[in-house]
Design a protein around this ligand. Structure first.
Ligand SMILES: O=C(O)CCC(=O)C(=O)O
Ligand SMILES: [Fe+2]
Length: 277
């Protein structure tokens, strides 16, 4: 029997009593509804081959290979490997791999004209301590904005690119680093729930369109400070066999990035969009 248990006060739910390899449509509908409501869904205790993970992931949308080609699975480009090849040929820790996702709160794929709908991870190896993933609600961030900021942001677009103002493009091949920036409304209405969210990513935004540079930078700093509402948070402590999917249209996340580097922390990861490339 499928059971849904809430994890955080506003986001996060855990699904019990399922094997995603043999999930019928009615049970999947329960998971999908819980995902729209709680934004982050954990399905623990799964034993999956790559094809099982891909088949289950495709029930949420269309998988797109990630632009970081060097971290794709060699035989399955739709799969990104997290925590693999952490040490370079010289034996030194590669910070771009070890600290991937840990540089700050973000949403995945804001650099694309059609941002990622979802990201889904499957845990193959977990460290003895650290390595959590933290989540927070964009709905909570929007709702907590003072009215004058909601008014000021209404109809405004942000300009986003891979690597943002810091040009953090270490995971891209040299020939892919010349990214064409894209525009998204900062107050974004979720296409399925109709709820408003503060769609924002300080590591990918270049500017807020239509403002002078100084004003845009000041507003970016102000929004950075307003992303996280404590009651909108959920922190995931990984267990081997966990699947976690998050909704990039209404949640932020970051990796804690604090586990012993000599230990393994390995995930399969897929980026899911609504449509075909
Ligand atoms: O490894 C993690 O905890 C999350 C990394 C991340 O930001 C991502 O996969 O999008
Ligand atoms: Fe991420």
């Amino acid at each position: 029997m499928i059971r849904v248990q809430r994890l955080g006060p506003q986001i996060g739910a855990e699904i019990r009593g399922v094997d995603v390899k043999t999930l019928d449509d009615a049970s999947f509908a329960v998971i999908y509804r819980a995902w729209l409501e709680y934004n982050v869904v954990v399905v623990p205790g799964q034993e999956l081959a790559i094809e099982d993970f891909l088949r289950y992931s495709r029930r949420f949308g269309v998988i797109h290979p990630h632009p970081s080609k060097s971290t794709r699975h060699p035989d399955h480009p739709e799969i990104t490997l997290l925590g693999v090849n952490k040490f370079g040929p010289d034996g030194r820790l590669d910070a771009a791999i070890y600290r991937r996702g840990a540089e700050g709160w973000h949403t995945d794929g804001a650099y694309d004209a059609e941002p990622f709908k979802a990201t889904q991870l499957y845990a193959l190896a977990v460290p003895s301590r650290g390595g959590d993933t933290l989540f927070a609600s964009m709905y909570a961030a929007y709702e907590a904005l003072p009215q004058h900021l909601k008014n000021r942001l209404d109809g405004r677009k942000g300009v986003f690119t891979y690597g943002g103002r810091r040009k953090a493009t270490a995971l891209l091949n040299a020939e892919d680093r010349d990214w064409v920036p894209v525009r998204h409304p900062i107050i974004r209405t979720h296409p399925e729930t109709g709820r408003k969210a503060l769609y924002f990513d300080p590591g990918k935004i270049l500017e807020i369109e239509g403002l002078e540079e100084e004003e845009s930078d000041a507003l970016i700093d102000e929004l950075t400070g307003r992303m996280i509402q404590p009651e909108g948070e959920y922190r995931h402590r990984w267990r081997k066999g966990d699947i976690v999917i998050w909704d990039n249209r209404c949640s932020y996340h970051k990796a804690a990035g604090d586990y012993p580097p000599e230990e393994d922390r390995v995930h399969w990861r897929v980026s899911i969009k609504e449509r075909q490339p």
